[in-house]
Design a protein around this ligand. Structure first.
Ligand SMILES: Nc1ncnc2c1ncn2[C@@H]1O[C@H](COP(=O)(O)OP(=O)(O)OP(=O)(O)O)[C@@H](O)[C@H]1O
Length: 244
């Protein structure tokens, strides 16, 4: 689904990624792991066209992101959900409104406003079904900041699914939360991605979570791939014993 060919990313003097070649297949569950500054966020940003390579080619389902019109790029991005570290929920919106935000790229701002002001029955039922699936069906109209941290995680995953994505990208979604909730969120993300056949690419610092929940782990260091293999591979243990 995602293809990087000789991709470099230079932020005006800082070379974040160095001539990277990478292929991530449709439906793969991939964990990016590596120390701070290794290039994980930069790589995720390239995958959904938030940033563009300084050189090389990034393609999504065969489409070179750098050559797309802004409309086509919006279309490609509308099928790639993004779960940021802070979950990106608007605290004083209702749960149903936050989830509706998942379609902002597809609907545009006015379409989203219309949903906020007068949400149709079809949309409301769809959102409610997602919440039921997440185990919090009764929270449909609750203010989002009245929910527990774990419930908010579920809203963020529901918002991602409401986007009807083909891929979910998650940038260190668990770095600011306690280990139990971190495990729950990664379990939820990997489960829904498997059930829906979605590509999941998540960056993590915790190698044990990566090993437990992901099939493929990509280790980055200084903008380069230093490990790419199964979570069970000994090479991964070795890399982390050496303090990658
Ligand atoms: N907007 C930017 N401007 C300049 N340099 C940047 C920018 N974003 C990232 N960098 C640099 O690029 C390199 C890779 O950063 P990146 O954020 O991709 O790493 P990371 O692995 O996600 O780190 P962390 O785990 O701390 O989030 C770092 O050296 C960083 O300082």
């Amino acid at each position: 689904m995602f293809e990087l060919q000789k991709v470099s990313l230079d932020y005006g003097g800082t070379l974040a990624l160095k001539e990277m070649d990478l292929s991530l297949g449709a439906g793969e569950q991939v964990c990016l792991i590596g120390p701070s500054g290794a290039g994980k966020t930069s790589l995720l940003g390239l995958l959904n066209g938030r940033v563009f390579p300084t050189s090389g080619r990034v393609s999504v389902n065969g489409e070179d992101l750098t050559s797309l019109s802004s409309k086509s790029l919006r279309q490609v991005r509308s099928r790639i959900a993004w779960v940021p570290q802070d979950l990106g929920l608007v605290p004083n919106l209702r749960v149903n409104q936050n989830i509706a935000c998942g379609r902002v790229a597809a609907k545009g701002t006015f379409g989203l406003l219309r949903s906020f002001l007068a949400m149709g029955k079809g949309e409301r039922d769809e959102i409610h079904q997602l919440l039921v699936r997440m185990g919090i069906g009764e929270k449909l109209y609750e203010r989002t900041d009245h929910l527990s941290g774990g419930q908010q995680q579920r809203v963020a995953v529901a918002r991602a699914l409401f986007q009807k994505p083909r891929a979910i990208l998650a940038d260190e979604p668990v770095s600011a939360i306690d280990p139990e909730r971190a495990k729950d969120l990664i379990e939820l993300l990997t489960t829904v991605a498997r059930e829906e056949g979605l590509t999941l690419v998540a960056s993590l610092h915790d190698v044990s979570l990566a090993q437990r929940y992901f099939d493929r782990v990509i280790g980055l260091r200084s903008g380069e791939v230093v490990f790419d293999g199964k979570a069970s591979d000994e090479g991964l243990e070795k890399l982390y014993r050496l303090g990658a």
